[in-house]
Design a protein around this ligand. Structure first.
Ligand SMILES: Cc1ncc(COP(=O)(O)O)c(C=O)c1O
Length: 422
């Protein structure tokens, strides 16, 4: 445990840090409060709900479905939402507005973009994927390989990338910007440059960074990216995902899934497929209208956000959390496993138990029972997903106090916390 160079943090210090980062106060007021006496640190899983979201979904159901019915396709912007949401969210990830669309799930978009990259880089066939990446990303690549459309080369971490690229046969390197377990953030610019130096393209999964920290897709030269809509971006449970294609590749190939919504002239009902220009060719079928209505509430909120200021606030929040854990919980058997430098971390802070009978799942459940909503991932990660707008330093103090009480009493060993959780 690093020795603190200053006196331990106090609740007053946390309140002072909130005052120093008041930039988010007006935005925070646009989120609906959760349950009383409950502290939410689960933006890495489902971000907070904009207060406006229920009314928007209700209006879509009532005016859009009950009253206007099929006329809504003409009278409203339902069909434009994938493009409009993409344009609203693009600044958060450092992309041009017309390079991003919102549709389908992260997994489906990962499939589309891996296939797009393989087509753009042909005859190269190799997809480099991390062995420990979020499983869906690995499975998608394995499925593409099994269909005979490419080959998977697994690496044990970004440190192995140069060796994996050395044979000169790699089409695409697919990396998670931020690791879903310990929150390690990779250097997008440097690794993209490394891939490019070997003639490969770079596809980034921004699920654990988009909406949490500032991202510069265009500046990094990244070729493709996907991101979850329902985590820090607050699109709502099961929200559609982001798909980003750098302009240089947008028209390079037909999309992997050639649907009518990605056709150049959807309502011509032409005999043959012709891809829409730009990122829109990756749209496939009818948009998820209700989900997009909920996401629209978040998109409006993000339109008013300054991501650079929120990045600084996120750094302050997560630095504070790490200091509180070091000071109050390390002596009780919990340590921080995420990198210490904010530039090397993503949205959450991961903790690990050091006790011989450690059971992070039980500790996570005990925290949830104490009103601190966190998540866990096998084998040993306890994750505090910190939202740069919705969370406060004062909340961190309270959450760590509850964690400390659970560790001190050993109440996490209660048999009611022994079951499996999702
Ligand atoms: C890093 C990462 N990528 C991809 C996914 C899969 O997202 P979806 O289930 O929405 O396809 C997740 C889900 O949590 C994730 O954490």
């Amino acid at each position: 445990m690093p020795t603190p160079a200053r006196p331990p943090l106090t609740p007053d210090d946390c309140r002072a840090r909130d005052a120093a980062h008041a930039v988010a106060d007006a935005l925070r007021a646009r989120f609906a409060p959760g349950a009383p006496d409950t502290l939410y640190f689960d933006a890495n899983s489902i971000g907070p709900m904009p207060a406006d979201a229920p009314a928007r979904v209700a209006a879509t159901l009532d005016a859009g479905w009950r009253v206007a019915r099929r006329r809504s396709w003409n009278q409203t912007d339902w069909l434009d939402q994938p493009r409009l949401l993409g344009a609203a969210l693009a600044p958060l990830i450092g992309a041009a507005g017309d390079s991003v669309a919102v549709c389908d799930s992260t997994s489906v978009n990962q499939y589309k973009l891996l296939r797009h990259a393989l087509a753009a880089a042909a005859p190269r066939r190799v997809m480099v994927v991390e062995r420990e990446v979020f499983p869906s990303n690995r499975y998608i690549a394995q499925g593409i390989a099994r269909a005979g459309l490419g080959e998977v080369r697994l690496i044990d971490g970004a440190g192995d990338l140069a060796a994996a690229l050395a044979p000169g046969d790699v089409a695409v390197v697919a990396l998670s910007h931020v690791d879903y377990r310990d929150a390690t953030r990779l250097d997008m610019g440097a690794l993209t440059a490394l891939a490019h130096a070997h003639g490969a393209l770079a596809l980034w999964d921004l699920s654990h960074s988009a909406g949490a920290v500032a991202i510069d897709l265009a500046g990094s030269g990244a070729d493709f990216a996907v991101a979850c809509g329902y985590k820090y971006l607050c699109g709502g449970p099961g929200a559609p995902a982001l798909v980003y294609v750098h302009p240089r590749w947008q028209d390079a190939a037909w999309p992997a899934l050639c649907g009518w919504m990605g056709h150049a002239a959807t309502f011509d009902f032409a005999a043959d497929y012709a891809p829409a220009p730009g990122v829109a060719r990756h749209l496939v079928g009818t948009p998820a209208v209700l989900a997009n209505a909920a996401f629209g509430a978040a998109a409006d909120l993000w339109r008013d956000a300054d991501m650079a200021a929120l990045d600084r606030r996120h750094a302050s929040l997560t630095d504070t959390l790490i200091a509180l854990i070091d000071e109050q919980c390390a002596p009780l058997g919990v340590e921080v496993t995420s990198p210490r430098a904010h530039g090397r971390r993503g949205g959450h802070v991961a903790l690990r138990m050091t006790a011989p009978d450690a059971n992070v799942s039980a500790l996570g459940q005990a925290l949830v029972a104490a009103g601190v909503v966190v998540s866990t991932r096998k084998p040993d990660a306890l994750r505090f997903g910190v939202h740069p707008i919705a969370n406060t330093h004062a909340e961190l103090w309270q959450a760590v106090a509850r964690l400390r009480a659970i560790l001190a009493s050993g109440s996490w060993r209660d048999p009611r916390f022994a079951g499996e959780v999702r």
